[in-house]
Design a binder for this molecule. Sequence first.
Ligand code: ADP
Ligand code: VHF
Length: 369
Amino acid sequence: MTKTIVVKIGTSSLTQPETGQLALSSIATLAETLCDLRRQGHRVILVSSGAVGVGCARLGLTERPKTIALKQAVAAVGQGRLMRIYDDLFSILQQPIAQVLLTRADLVQRSRYLNVNNTFQELLGLGVIPIVNENDTVAVEELKFGDNDTLSALVASLVEANWLFLLTDVDRLYSADPRFVPDAKPISLVSSMQELTDLQIQTGGQGSQWGTGGMMTKISAARIAIAAGIRTVITQGQFPRNIEKIIQGELIGTHFAPQPEPTSARKRWIAYGLIPGGKLYLDEGAIAAVVKAGKSLLAAGIKAVEGEFDNQEAVQLCDSNGDEIARGLVNYNSEELQKICGRHSREIPSILGYGGADTVIHRDNLVLI
Ligand SMILES: Nc1ncnc2c1ncn2[C@@H]1O[C@H](COP(=O)(O)OP(=O)(O)O)[C@@H](O)[C@H]1O
Ligand SMILES: N[C@@H](CCC(=O)OP(=O)(O)O)C(=O)O
């Protein structure tokens, strides 16, 4: 059966750690593997990092740029070279490819979000392998994915993929960073979102020298993907052939089982497409109503409001520790919410001087994180 497969490869797998030069044999094997998957009838998207790493190697820079402007300039040098290498390899294999560079802004507006999906569907329908990266050269700080793990999960969710492969420089997820904790335990299967929380995996802060997010962003990418019903696998980029074995059922790397009832496409856009404009801190009763009973959020359960936002903007719903539990689209702006938080819905017209919605966030616009 035809599957939609998104493969993300990180800088640490595309380049050699000692020299920063391209890991040509891994890239060539990846290209062969993806072409084989295409020949088997699967739809394939590659999310490739490496613009900054390859740009640095080209310009003789020995460490990742620190300033944004330099990073953007270096990415412009590297992205072209990266695509040239991919085009050479895939052309030898008679496989058409396309470059898709995205910024966070492309997913914020629902019409643009749907338009990006249409473009992917056309490309996949034409038998093309889209090669996706963040448009680092123009992305501004507030409108950035920041890391390609998140980008790949959002792309996988957008196209409703069956598989997401995160290729990296470790063979799987461990209970802690195996570079620093030699007896860290390997994890083969994470069967639910709750198990992922319970495992309390230590990720340290950083990734490898050239990587961006380390393991932390891979775990949050896995959360986004499994909520969308996508089976996610972290495995080693040095052995791309393992992708085929995994699809055939071998338990290589770390597998994250998809949630049995995926979140709807619109709610996924609310949760991960939009950029939240503020935070609402909820009391225990409101948390229970929203999380356990699946109810709408009422003003009475809001303890505090943070940030400035308009009505119909996305906000984060947090517990008293500030941990996010849900996101949703608000029916009142931040100024109005400052006045009505903690109050009963029937008091709203007299407080504001005009009537409004009974709910602050209707359950149709609310999604658990
Ligand atoms: N719990 C963990 N399990 C496995 N690897 C971890 C863990 N915590 C941190 N890491 C580190 O994450 C690194 C991979 O992340 P990163 O360098 O960002 O890779 P990529 O370039 O593939 O995105 C590994 O080299 C590993 O040392
Ligand atoms: N967009 C950036 C990569 C960002 C990123 O997430 O890198 P990595 O952690 O190596 O997957 C680039 O092409 O260099």
